[in-house]
Design a protein. Structure first.
Length: 175
């Protein structure tokens, strides 16, 4: 069951980005920020610690994203963190990405790879996943060194695991 507060923030952020005409850029930047946020204990603590004043948390966002991300992205993340919703940021962003994909008639496909995928690789992977699922997809690529090699793709509740890590684990279990 979804949390109405998270859905409310996601809807509001989506509407602001759409009204400003940059939903695709904001959606992509927010997804990248979510990956960084989830992968960094130090960042997560800094943005969620209620002992740190809201202005200081917002300054961290400005230092981190200012000049590197769209102004709308910076303002939206800053607003959420300033409102004391830093802990809910990953869920809010996930909901926004899902909402943006649905608005385009797409389903989110999160792909984890050990290395950055080229545009050609992403295009071919999206085509293969579209063929396998029968759905039009919004590909979100996350660099995850723990994959070792290959990719792990998640489309809805379906996981396509073509990672070297899984193959090694399967070999270990056979031995």
């Amino acid at each position: 069951m979804s949390d109405p507060r998270i859905d409310g923030y996601a809807r509001a952020l989506f509407e602001v980005a759409r009204a400003e005409g940059n939903i695709d850029v904001v959606e992509d930047e927010l997804h990248r920020f979510q990956v960084a946020f989830s992968g960094s204990d130090e960042l997560r603590v800094a943005l969620t610690d209620s002992q740190i004043p809201a202005a200081k948390r917002q300054a961290i966002i400005e230092d981190l994203l200012g000049g590197k991300a769209n102004a709308t992205t910076v303002q939206l993340v800053s607003m959420v963190v300033g409102a004391g919703r830093g802990r809910e940021l990953p869920q809010i962003i996930e909901s926004l990405v899902s909402r943006a994909s649905s608005a385009k008639g797409l389903e989110v496909a999160e792909v984890r790879s050990a290395v950055e995928l080229s545009a050609d690789q992403q295009t071919r992977l999206a085509a293969a996943l579209t063929k396998a699922t029968g759905k039009q997809l919004n590909l979100k690529v996350v660099v995850d060194p723990s994959v070792i090699g290959g990719v792990v793709a998640t489309v809805g509740d379906t996981i396509f695991d073509g990672s070297v890590r899984t193959r090694i684990d399967q070999l270990k279990s056979r031995l």
